[in-house]
Design a protein around this ligand. Structure first.
Ligand SMILES: [Zn+2]
Length: 297
């Protein structure tokens, strides 16, 4: 079965999550339908996120300390409507590094090969997790707290709110800037927050770099959850929009019998009209009407 991907000393436990368990737990809490769907197989309800034999017990425990910290400091407060700046310490960056480390490992496994640049980024993330020290020397980490999109003016398609608040997504890519800068970037989006890891500081290449100050993660500091996500997401907007259309519209790929049953379950929940999901659904319906008006339908 091999060894733990982090310490390379102990055998891994069989069911270690790629995306932390707390994320799935909260996704299921937010809906009367206690199942999840994968956009590539929407007709099949699933109970949990992908697991792989990656981490040993000790490393899993190390990661879960950081997960707990992230949840308590930022994730849960933001989901519950907090608007202030979040003060954080080194554990914030360590959590992000652990998230991207697992995600990139999984991506490379799925592809059967590791691109040299992403391999370097992966190795650096691993070093951060092993040393339990995050300083912005080898890896640069960013977060963008996601805000409701109320109008098409911001350049996102209908479905974006579902994507923002109800979906997990991720990809890795390189970004080549003339004359000779190459960035290797990994992107992981949880419901409510988008995160990045890069091997080159994004603020040196993003033109409106001032705007992303609130999104840069240092060893310690304050993260501004009011900072707009638009600037930091600009260089990958096309990708995000494609995913939003795909994920926001995927309900229609669920067989109609199943869909009717889900609807029934939702309607039967007395709280559904005040639920987070319903608000997100209403926002996307509003964007869709705006979209149809423009198209003259
Ligand atoms: Zn280990």
């Amino acid at each position: 079965m091999g060894l733990c991907i982090l310490c390379e000393q102990e055998p891994p436990i069989e069911n270690s999550h790629i995306i932390s368990r707390f994320v799935f737990k909260r996704m299921k809490q937010g809906t009367p339908v206690k199942t999840l769907r994968h956009s590539s197989r929407p007709s099949k309800p699933i109970q949990d996120g992908i697991k792989r034999p990656y981490l040993c017990e000790g490393c899993e425990a190390r990661f879960s300390k950081w997960e707990h910290y992230f949840c308590k400091t930022a994730y849960d407060p933001y989901r519950n409507g907090a608007k202030e700046l979040f003060e954080y310490d080194e554990r914030f960056g360590l959590f992000l590094a652990s998230l991207h480390f697992r995600y990139l490992t999984h991506l490379c496994d799925e592809n059967g090969k590791t691109d040299a640049g992403l391999g370097t980024l992966l190795e650096r993330l691993k070093q951060v997790c092993l040393s339990e020290k995050y300083s912005q020397t080898r890896v640069y980490l960013y977060v963008a707290f996601l805000h409701p999109v109320e109008s098409l003016d911001r350049g996102y398609p209908p479905g974006i709110n579902t994507y923002w608040f109800s979906a997990i997504d991720g990809f890795a890519f390189d970004w080549i800037l003339p004359p000779d800068t190459k960035l290797n970037i990994s992107f992981v989006k949880l419901p409510y927050v988008a995160t990045f890891a890069s091997d080159v500081p994004l603020e040196t290449v993003l033109t409106q770099s001032k705007l992303i100050e609130g999104n840069v993660i240092f060893t310690e500091g304050k993260v501004d959850c009011n900072a707009t996500e638009d600037c930091i997401l600009q260089f990958m907007k096309e990708k995000i929009n494609t995913r939003a259309i795909e994920i926001g519209g995927f309900e229609s790929n669920i067989p109609s019998g199943q869909r009717a049953k889900i609807r029934e379950q939702i309607e039967a929940d007395p709280d559904h009209k005040i639920s987070e999901r319903h608000k997100v659904y209403k926002l996307d319906r509003k964007l869709l009407r705006e979209w149809q008006d423009i198209k003259g339908e």
